[in-house]
Design a protein around this ligand. Structure first.
Ligand code: SAM
Length: 231
C-alpha cells in the first residue's frame, strides 16, 4: 500500500478511535485481518500502532490508573480485550514479581503483537489467552481485578460475558473495572457507539454487580469499579 493511503487509513482510524460495532463475529474461529473489531480495514500492526501511540499516555494515564485502583504486588489481574497489550507493562510492574497478569482478547494477531512485547520487555508475570466473544474463558473465583478498557461497547452478548466475569472474581474482594469513553469526550468512538455510564451501571446491576467506587481523574473516560452484589 502506498504510504499516503496507509496514512489516510490510520488518520481515519484515529478519528473514529475505537469505534464501530462488532456485529457479525461468530464464535470459535481465529480472528485476524478482515474481521478485526472494530477496525477490519487495519492490519494488526496498524491497529497496534494506534493503541500504543505514546501520545495516548498523556490522557490515558496508565500508571496512575493502576496505582489508584490499588493493583499491587502479588495480585492476580485480567485485562480483557487487551489488544496489543498497552496496559500489560503497567499491570506487570504493579503485581511483580509474584503476581499474575492475564491478557485476553479475541484477536489472535493482536495477541501475537502483545506476545512480542512480553518477550522484549521481560514481562514475566504476564500470560495471554484467546477468548470467545461472549466468554473470556476465565477461571472461577481467581481474580483480584478484571479490567475492561475501551472494550465494553464492542461486546454484543453482554449478559453472558458479564456472567463469566462475575464468576471469575475472587470472593468478597474481587473487583471488575470498566473504563470507557464518556458521551461528551472529545476522543473516542462516534457518539452512537458510546454506551452511557448510567447504562453500564444498570447492565452490571442486572449481571449481579454493584458500583463500589468511581475514579474521575481521566479527561475522556469514566472508570467504574464494581463488586459482586452479594459482597
Ligand atoms: C479499542 S481496543 C482496546 C484495547 C486495549 N484494551 C487498550 O486499551 O489498548 C478494543 C479491543 O477489544 C477487543 N475485543 C472486541 N470484542 C471483544 C470481546 N468480545 N472479547 C474480548 N475482546 C474483544 C478487540 O479485539 C480490541 O483488541
Amino acid at each position: 500500500m502506498k504510504q499516503s493511503a496507509a496514512a489516510a487509513i490510520v488518520a481515519l482510524a484515529l478519528a473514529t478511535a475505537c469505534g464501530g460495532a462488532s456485529a457479525g463475529h461468530g464464535h470459535g474461529h481465529h480472528r485476524g485481518h478482515g474481521d478485526r473489531v472494530p477496525h477490519p480495514e487495519l492490519s494488526a500492526a496498524q491497529y497496534a500502532a494506534m493503541l500504543d501511540d505514546p501520545e495516548r499516555d498523556a490522557w490515558q494515564m496508565p500508571e496512575r490508573l493502576v496505582r489508584e485502583l490499588g493493583i499491587s504486588r502479588g495480585m492476580t489481574v485480567a485485562d480483557l480485550g487487551c489488544g496489543s497489550g498497552y496496559f500489560l507493562p503497567y499491570l506487570h510492574a504493579a503485581v511483580a514479581p509474584d503476581g499474575h497478569v492475564l491478557g485476553e482478547d479475541i484477536d489472535a494477531e493482536l495477541l501475537a503483537i502483545a506476545h512480542q512485547k512480553i518477550e522484549q520487555q521481560g514481562l514475566t508475570t504476564v500470560t495471554l489467552r484467546e477468548g470467545l466473544p461472549a466468554d473470556p474463558r476465565l477461571e472461577a473465583g481467581r481474580y483480584d481485578f478484571v479490567l475492561l478498557v475501551d472494550t465494553y461497547h464492542h461486546i454484543l452478548d453482554r449478559p453472558t460475558f458479564l456472567g463469566h466475569v462475575r464468576r471469575s472474581l475472587r470472593p468478597q474482594t474481587g473487583r471488575f473495572v470498566v473504563v470507557d469513553f464518556r458521551e461528551d469526550a472529545t476522543r473516542g468512538p462516534p457518539r452512537q457507539h458510546r454506551i452511557p455510564r448510567a447504562d453500564v451501571i444498570r447492565e452490571l446491576g442486572q449481571a449481579g454487580m454493584r458500583l463500589d467506587r468511581e475514579l474521575t481523574f481521566l479527561p475522556h473516560q469514566f472508570v467504574l469499579v464494581f463488586a459482586a452484589s452479594s459482597t
